[in-house]
Write a protein that binds this ligand. Structure first.
Ligand code: ASP
Length: 600
């Protein structure tokens, strides 16, 4: 096929621009052919670019040349059209197009490039496997939904920059080739050619750099930054993801919260969502008791309560106390016996070792527990759970034996899952809910069962609450951190803390974590040195930018708002990464691959 040259022709408008008021103008449009309809001596082309679609008419009588070119055109060919804007007749107006009242009569149609038939249609909401979409990402991104998402992301990034600058935060880039950072995931390593046997690590976050910038007197820092974590594969994780990383000196938590809340207001205003501020603040302990989650969706009513059963009966049931109870208003008639059996199965799968329920009727309570508990005990539980006639009370518990700390944790986790299960079944989670929440006062440490020692719940530079300094060593499990997470609709969208700024306290925290002086020096020596040169009190946060944009775009998967994401198994199927490399490259780096090379 003979192609035309563009020459010095300049687009006059985008394909979504033209309106009635442009009628009579001579224009030059460029774009892709979305659709072609051949009616014999009239050929209609839908010309598309990111801004929209304009109908182009090639009329055999008016312009035999453009009509001839129009016959050769196929979907996704790139064309340029010079012609006149004319009003469509009343009966051919297309109300679903912004340009639907006009069309362009082609005088010249340039075929600028041809295209193979795409593996999936570009227009319309077609179901195509994600693998195919990712392999042909350049075509997938040509679709209007993806164009919208990528542009929304761009606007969001611009807004973050303006907002943070207005609050006197300075954007500073930090290194990608660095050493291990303290977020606790596995590192991506980069071998050094110059220094054989030495490796850089890609940053899991700029945590230590941003703290060092506070020591340097930058006062307020932010960065929209890529982070790299070689975590076990999970459906909605990416090995590289983007954070809005923030740090400030002499902070009060409330001030930081306000800056972030205003940022959320402005971001969500981009998608016409009005965010109510200030956000609710909930201590971690309350979140775990009531919602069984450290990132609860509190936008619908269900909540758990720890309740006690009479000790004697609990012993008969071999139960560890307290158990948890959740009232489902009106639930008595909404759950059949078989649905309750399913809920029981889910509870078991979620780790709870005991499940029961009460159906509250007027004057009586129906429950499998009635075999063991006297009616007044059933009523006492129903009262404690705040249940009324017509309600269902779901009960979850753990069989006695084992560590009470662990069994309480497992019970909380299971209760969180069951709450969501019930909410889904009753369709309580409605679209259009924007439930923001700060969760605060996280435990400083969590007990690592495998390693049989305490580990940092956030990272080891998180400050304990001032009032908990005394119990740091004597009761580490009870010490709370000055850490906070920002939660939206049950997803964690950010997390941070006020940091430790004193060397002595840092040392004590390392002590509880079982990090010896030598180990700490080996891992973070440069940072410990920096801490000794006048470190101001400081704190910050990192927001998950991909997740926030996904929520703004109404998408549940962050891959939908990342231009070139990897699959759930960390593969870039478009450019086929990771890939094997030449043996000579490995030799240069002083590396050998042992064992078989696996397929991606
Ligand atoms: N560096 C932390 C993270 O990536 C956030 C923070 O503490 O600011 O989760």
């Amino acid at each position: 096929m003979k192609l035309d040259l563009l020459g010095d022709r300049q687009r006059t408008h985008l394909c979504g621009d033209l309106r009635e008021s442009d009628a009579g103008k001579t224009v030059f449009l460029c774009g892709w052919v979305a659709r072609r309809r051949d009616l014999g001596h009239l050929i209609f082309l839908d010309l598309r670019d990111h801004s929209g679609i304009t109908q182009v008419v090639c009329n055999l009588d008016e312009s035999p040349e453009s009509h001839a070119r129009g016959e050769e055109v196929r979907a996704e060919f790139v064309v340029g059209v010079a012609g006149k804007v004319v009003m469509r007749s009343e009966d051919t107006v297309n109300a679903s197009l912004a340009t639907g009242k006009i069309e362009v009569r082609a005088r010249t149609l340039l075929l600028l490039n041809e295209a193979k038939t795409p593996p999936f249609p570009i227009d319309g909401d077609v179901r195509t496997s994600e693998e195919t979409r990712l392999r042909y990402r350049y075509l997938d991104l040509r679709r209007s939904r993806m164009q919208h998402h990528i542009r929304l992301r761009h606007e969001a990034a611009g807004l973050v920059r303006r907002h943070m600058s207005e609050h006197r935060f300075v954007e500073v880039e930090t290194p990608f080739l660095t050493r291990s950072t303290p977020e606790g995931a596995r590192d991506y390593l980069v071998p050094s050619r110059v220094h054989r046997g030495h490796f850089y690590a890609l940053p899991q976050s700029p945590q230590l750099f941003k703290q060092i910038l506070m020591i340097s007197g930058l006062d307020r820092y932010f960065q929209i930054v890529r982070c790299f974590r070689d975590e076990d594969l999970r459906a909605d994780r990416q090995p590289e993801f983007t954070q809005v990383d923030v740090e400030m000196s002499f902070p009060q938590r409330g001030e930081l919260f306000q800056i972030m809340e205003q940022l959320m207001r402005s971001l969500f205003a981009l998608v016409n969502v009005e965010v109510q501020t200030p956000f609710k603040v909930m201590p971690y302990d309350e979140a775990m008791e009531r919602y069984g989650s450290d990132k609860p969706h509190t936008g619908f009513g269900l909540a758990w309560k720890r309740v006690n059963l009479p000790a004697e009966e609990a012993a008969k049931l071999h139960l560890s106390l307290p158990v948890k109870a959740m009232t489902v208003p009106g639930g008595s008639s909404q759950f059949s016996r078989s649905q309750l059996d399913k809920l029981h199965e889910s509870a078991t799968a979620a780790g709870a070792t005991w499940f029961s329920f009460l159906r509250i009727a007027a004057g009586e309570i129906l429950s499998p527990l009635a075999k063991v508990l006297p009616p007044q005990a059933l009523h006492a539980v129903a009262d404690e759970a705040g249940a009324n006639p017509g309600d269902l009370v779901v009960l979850l518990g753990m069989k006695a034996g084992g560590s009470s700390l662990l069994s309480a944790r497992h019970l909380d986790e299971a209760s969180g899952e069951i709450r969501l299960d019930v909410a889904k079944r009753l369709e309580l989670i409605k679209p259009g809910m924007w439930n923001f929440l700060w969760v605060v006062d996280f435990p400083m440490f969590e007990f690592d069962e495998k390693e049989n020692r305490f580990a940092a719940m956030h990272h080891p530079f998180t400050s304990p609450r001032e009032e908990d300094l005394e119990i740091l060593e004597s009761n580490p499990g009870a010490a709370k951190a000055r850490a906070y997470d920002l939660v939206l609709n049950g997803s964690e969208i950010g997390g941070g803390s006020i940091r430790i700024h004193r060397r002595d306290i840092q040392q004590r925290v390392f002590g509880v974590l079982g990090l010896t002086q030598e180990k700490a020096r080996e891992r973070f020596g440069f940072f410990l040195d920096a801490l000794e040169y006048g470190t101001p009190p400081h704190g910050g946060i990192a927001l998950g930018f991909d997740r926030i944009v996904a929520l703004m775009a109404g998408e549940s998967n962050i891959r939908e708002v990342i231009a070139f994401p990897k699959t759930a198994s960390a593969v870039d199927v478009m450019c086929d990464a990771p890939s094997t490399v030449e043996t000579s490259q490995l030799e240069e780096l002083g590396l050998i691959v042992s064992g078989e090379i696996s397929e991606c």
